[in-house]
Design a protein around this ligand. Sequence first.
Ligand code: NAD
Length: 418
Amino acid sequence: MTLDLHQQALATIDAAADELRLDDWMRALLHRPERAIAVQVPYVGDDGEMRVVPGYRIAHSTARGPAKGGTRFHPDVTAEEVAGLATLMSVKTAVVDLPLGGGKGGITVDPKRLSERELESLTRSYTRAIAGSIGPDVDVPAPDVNTDTRHMDWIADEYARVTGAPAPAVVTGKSLAAGGSLGRDTATAAGCRTVVLASAHRLGLPADARVAIQGFGNAGAHLARLLAADGLRVVAVSDSGGAIHDPDGLDVAAVAAAKARSGSVVAHGATEIGPEEVLTVDCDVLVPAALEGAIDARLAERVRARLVAEAANGPCTPEADAVLQERGVTVVPDVLASAGGVTVSCFEWQQNLGGEQWSAAEVARRLDERMSAALDDLWRVSESRRLPLRAAAAVLGVGRIAAALAERAGVVEEALAS
Ligand code: NAD
């Protein structure tokens, strides 16, 4: 499974490289990470015993700027998986045209079995182990699966101790007190909202288009609230506890209150539907915002939306993608539809570098502007090359990385010639 992800990332690169007719040396650079380190991470258990787990930090590309990408704590983390995720981050930051490359890190550990004190010991030890490979101009970690502001604050603090100077721009996703950005919590949803509204407009969907959202967590719940405020009708939502439906539109605030009260959206009291039905219900826009691989070919045959916006990472299997394309359903791929988080991460890094603190309104304005511009770019490549949006995104991202590589090579050639 972990191998699949890396192979999938390489297949994405290869397809784009074919379309762009890239030279072999560029393909070779894109295939392997620029820098990859594997480290041993010793930490102190609550029983006083030392334990050691493996960790990784991989910078796939810094051609367009410092590597950027999350830090994952999970028992299944492998070097292969981290390399695949780092590769996808290079494409993602390039699609949104951020001045960043792609990276990823991880520790092979089950954090649910660790106390807060053990987690801190582990995170600080990991930071010391990778300190020589990260930095505001080199590689800037962020949160990912099972890591949050606490871990990022520990990384920033430990990095400052190692280097002897505070450098908040070394990591993003920090708490506000430690130099985090306003708007980070809602960034993924806000970015996806821009993508949904602009895409719906392009497709001529009505202003009160009906939306179904799978997943009511950080991404899904904020998105439901934002789209309802925009006048769209959220007709179905789900979480791991079940799914609900109201063809006239759910009261999203009441759904959120019901979930806060009881743990699941089903407590809201609207008509309960099967968990898969949220994906196949009659609607105009479908937003999978929960799980990887949620829509397979069988479900794709039954999707009734005209627009699918991938707020989750990899929610459509390759087979489902082919079916949706065949059926004329427009799919805005995850590299753009879920890129609001990394975009505000970039803003946090920029604020730290400039010693600034932007207002929430300023962050929202810049995010909307960046996501709109990226969607326009994506649509233009899709139309000019007659490619579905997913393939166009790969061409757009890989093309931008290749252009930066070519520029770098030109500088090297000039230096050698002089
Ligand atoms: P989250 O843990 O906050 O929420 C996940 C939601 O999915 C929960 O409501 C959970 O109940 C629901 N869920 C789980 N299993 C389900 C199932 N079988 N059927 C229906 N719902 C189910 O996670 P999140 O941060 O909202 O992330 C969701 C997706 O978006 C993930 O794929 C994540 O990688 C992606 N994403 C998130 C961010 C971000 O900044 N939060 C950024 C980029 C991508």
